[in-house]
Design a protein around this ligand. Structure first.
Ligand code: NZQ
Ligand code: ZN
Length: 392
């Protein structure tokens, strides 16, 4: 186990009807004028937005709404929201939705607390530890932004999907009522579950030795999500499955499963370029490239892939051929993706990048990673091109 710092301060308020507590919670964190950020409208249809408004009003708080966040959220709306928030004297950002909504709130929070444009952070030209306070009412188990230190925003000009990570961006609180996720379409449930799996897998595929404790935690999360995803897709109102997915979403991306080890995150970098260029659902994009990544790198440490196969997908261990066990685990992951309706190639994802687009995405990966991506096996531009090509 290597040295680490673990900072996960977000207060989690979990369970049925917990969204009614949102007003008192914002008040407790010192909010007076709240910007309620939401997406393309499901929160209006379900009545959740009305309930949130009522809770804020009951707590004596005033608010202004900012709707219209789209998946793979855009910098333009962050700027529009910042302009309104400044004009209205907003001092608390409340995200009601998923990762895209929470990340938009984080973007506005950074913009309010700093005197430079958000793209300076996204393009790594500046850093900051200042952000306006944020809370969330989560409606989809997926990105983990409700407790993560990360913000992912797409700069429209050039389709650059970029992130900025700092512990200051961990929200003050996250309200998680699994019932709010009953209305998710199966595709979004599956895409979210895949993202949750991937957040733990990006940390699980490591060459750091002596990490058994966190391996067992990670394997517990992965096996639980593997089953809960299938159950939630079969019956969208399966409370226990929804609860498992929701809590796992936070535990997978609050840093816990990365403690004491070097993490990878190459697959996320590969996907973010797909999201920026083709606007695909994030979790589905991860599924489309992971198998190609895995087959490209597994020989670096076949034992780790074999462990994944045996512990997460119950693949029988072949003591005479570790690589065969490793490959069977990759196949088992792909079968699981198909069982829940996720793609395992870019063709199945519905995109067909040209060679020039592949080259462009690989170049952008290099810019993001500073010359290489990933740590399990560092990948350079030619490697990335091959991984994209093998994922066709
Ligand atoms: O727009 P609305 O109406 O909210 O609809 C959303 C959206 O269409 C819908 N939805 C959400 N909850 C629902 C619902 N529909 C019906 N019933 C509900 N209860 O689902 C769609 C997807 O929403 P989105 O917020 O985009 O999903 P997700 O949470 O997967 O977030 C994806 C974004 O987060 C980024 C991704 O790259 C992507 O931009 N990520 C953020 C991370 C972070 N900040 O830590 C880490 C992740 O790795 C990821 O990169
Ligand atoms: Zn992710």
């Amino acid at each position: 186990m290597i040295n680490f710092e673990y900072h996960s301060p977000t207060k989690v308020i979990f369970g049925k009807d917990t969204e009614t507590k949102v007003g008192e919670e914002v008040k407790a964190w010192g909010g007076h004028k709240v910007m309620v950020v939401y997406g393309s409208g499901h929160v209006k249809k379900t009545g959740l937005l009305d309930r949130v408004h009522k809770s804020l009003t009951d707590a004596g708080l005033s608010y202004v709404d900012l709707g219209g966040v789209v998946p793979n959220p855009l910098l333009g709306l962050v700027k529009e929201g910042t302009r309104i928030a400044k004009a209205e004297g907003v001092d608390f950002l409340l995200a009601v939705g998923g990762g895209s909504v929470i990340d938009t709130a984080k973007g506005i929070g950074y913009s309010l607390a700093n005197d430079f444009e958000l793209e300076e952070l996204l393009m790594k030209r500046k850093t900051t530890d200042k952000i306006a306070p944020i809370g969330s009412v989560l409606t989809i188990a997926a990105a983990g932004s409700e407790t993560s230190n990360s913000m992912v925003i797409t700069i429209e000009d050039g389709g650059l999907k970029r992130s900025y990570n700092h512990d200051c961006a961990r929200p003050k609180f996250a309200i998680m009522n699994p019932e709010l996720t009953y209305t998710l379409p199966a595709y979004q449930t599956a895409s979210g579950a895949s993202d949750i799996m991937m957040h733990t897998m990006e940390r699980y595929f490591t060459n750091t030795p002596n990490v058994e404790l966190v391996d067992r935690i990670a394997e517990g999360i992965l096996v639980s999500v593997r089953e809960a995803a299938k159950a939630a897709i079969k019956n969208s109102e399966d409370y226990e499955a929804r609860a498992t997915l929701m809590w796992a979403g936070s535990l997978s991306h609050n840093g816990l499963t990365g403690t004491g080890r070097v993490t990878d995150f190459a697959t996320h970098k590969l996907e973010h370029e797909l999201g920026g260029m083709f606007n695909v659902a994030h979790g589905a994009g991860l599924c489309a490239v992971w198998g190609s990544w895995a087959r490209y790198v597994y020989k670096t440490n076949p034992a780790r892939f074999a462990q994944f196969a045996v512990k997460v997908f119950d693949v029988p261990e072949n003591f005479h051929d570790l690589e065969a066990t490793a490959l069977a685990g990759i196949e088992a992951w792909e079968n699981w993706c198909h069982q829940i309706g996720m793609p395992i190639s870019m063709a199945e994802l519905g995109i067909d990048p040209t060679d020039a687009q592949v080259e462009d995405m690989a170049e952008k990966c290099m810019q993001v990673g500073g010359g290489s991506i990933g740590f399990f096996q560092p990948l350079y531009k030619d490697d990335v091109i091959k991984i994209y090509q093998n994922a066709r």
